[in-house]
Every structure is written in C-alpha cells, then in structure tokens.
Ligand binder design. Sequence first.
Ligand code: AVJ
Length: 316
Amino acid sequence: MLHVNSSIGSVENAFARDVVGGLSADVKTLRSRWLYDERGSALFEEITRQDEYYLTRAETSILRERQSDIADFVESGAILIEYGAGAGLKTELVLAGLRDPRGYVPIDIADTFLAETSKRIASRFPSLWVRPIERNFLDVFEVPFDCFGGGRTGFFPGSTMGNLNTIEAKTLLTQMGRHLGDDGRAIIGVDLQKNVDMLLRAYDDSAGVTAAFNLNLLERINTELGGDFRLNQFKHVARWNEIDKAVEMHLVSLCDQRVTLCGRTFHFGTSETIHTESSRKYTAESFERLARSGGWRVAEAWRDADGLFGLFGLVR
Ligand code: AVJ
C-alpha cells in the first residue's frame, strides 16, 4: 500500500512527487516514463501492431534485410550492450546474425522483463555470456567489463532516443562512449522526419489504442495516488512541435474542472493540456549532429525500403 503524506506538503514516492510537481507547473507535464505500468506496457505492445504505427515494422525490416551488414559492422567476438532492453525481441534478430558473439548485457529498470529476456536469450544462444544490469540507463553507472574480451557494441533500438531531450540524449551518448570504449560501436534506431499527417496518425491510431495508452496514465494516478480524474473529461491528442521536431502526446481537458490527488487540488481550464510524451524525429543530418555532440561519428546509415526509419551505426 502506498502512503502519501499530504499534511506536511511532502510526498514520499517518486511517482507521487513527479505527478504533484508536474501538475503544479504553469505548463502541466507528466513524465513519459510513468506511462509504462503493466497495462501501459501491454497497450504499447498493441500500438506496435496498429497499421498506423509503422516504426516497429520498419525497424524490424531493416534488422532482417541488413543482418549481414550489421554483423560486418559489429565484427566477430563482440559483446552487445543493450540500453533499455525490454522484451529484447529485436536483440535476437541482431544476435542471430552476428559471428561468434561473446556476451550480452541488457540494461533495464523492469526487473521481470530483464530476467525473462536474459533467460530466453541465454537458452537460445548457449555460448553467450549474459549479464543483466538492473538500472535506468539515464542514471550514471559503470559496466563491469573485466570478465570480457572482444569489442563492445551498444544497441539502442525502438526510437527510444526520440523520447529524450537534447541534454538527456547527449548525456546518454557520452555515457555509452565511456561504457563502450574508444573502439566501441553503437547501433541506434531513430525515427525519421516525414509528412506530418503520417506522423500524427502513428500517434493517434483509428482503433484508439494510443488514446487508451495515454489516458491509462490518469487511471494509474487514480489507482495509485487516490486521484479523482474523470477519464471522459480528458481527450488524447497528438501534436506536431515544429521547433523541437517532435510528435507530442497531450491530454486535453474538455471542461473547466478540478482534480484532487495526494491531498492537493489542481485546476484545469477548458482546452488546457497535460503534456505526456515527446517523440523527436530526426534527419540524417540532425542525428549526425546529435551523435557528434555525444562524442560519436555516424559510420553507417541503414533505412527501410520506404525510408521511414533509420538505423545508424556509430563509431568513436
Ligand atoms: C517506445 C517510446 C519509442 O515514442 O514512438 C508510441 C512510445 N508513444 N506511441 C514512441 C509511443 C505513443 C514510443 N517509444
């Protein structure tokens, strides 16, 4: 049971603190990491199966079609370090193509995912070292390498890079450089800028799965923080932010209303929004600039047949 101490104005858990802080700001924001509770993670999996959400299909097609190019880039005897491993399904595609991969280090905060993924991959690739690290990859931490030889390759698929702002992305790339070493390589999946209608449809599918995914955050607040959000008084919208080159998800208040949670009351004007996620979209050039800012150089750029998605091979 979660205890929220509202009387002295402090809340003792990270979710509660973030929600109270985010809703108290002039521009209301909830951090996208909180979208992924059990139901949110299941809804995200369902999003990846929607016609409009081309990202997963496009990236998977690159991993299949470029399997041997990717293996050439990684070189034999490599150790693959995955940032935000999740279910690790794309990892299997990469590992299956590599020549004599030596180790796999999945990094993820979701311990159940991490254990399952590690077990599955260890049994499919019996000669592979598997060493999971239970961390948020945005934290500063070390990867213990003493037990390994071989070249190190970072793997960061799924356009998760797009959810990071410029500072976070640069910090992560710099940390990857430290983990992977001067000879290290990295493979990063990035969604590319394109027709805005197509982008917005990907984040507002006709079956309403993305809307349910976004609204689930309010449901989570109601359940875990004792909130009284009326879900039918908020509506999911996807917006294009031309300055950040990002698709933003928002929850729009449909009326003038008050919501109480953690013993605090928050006012929402009609049409006021809560910003819940940004998914940045890059060009080859803007991604190259980002990579350089984090100490990397783009050596390879692979795209799907329709040019929707990019998988970039980085060297130091
Ligand atoms: C898994 C975080 C990369 O931004 O495209 C999908 C999440 N949000 N639909 C993305 C998401 C709404 C997804 N990431």
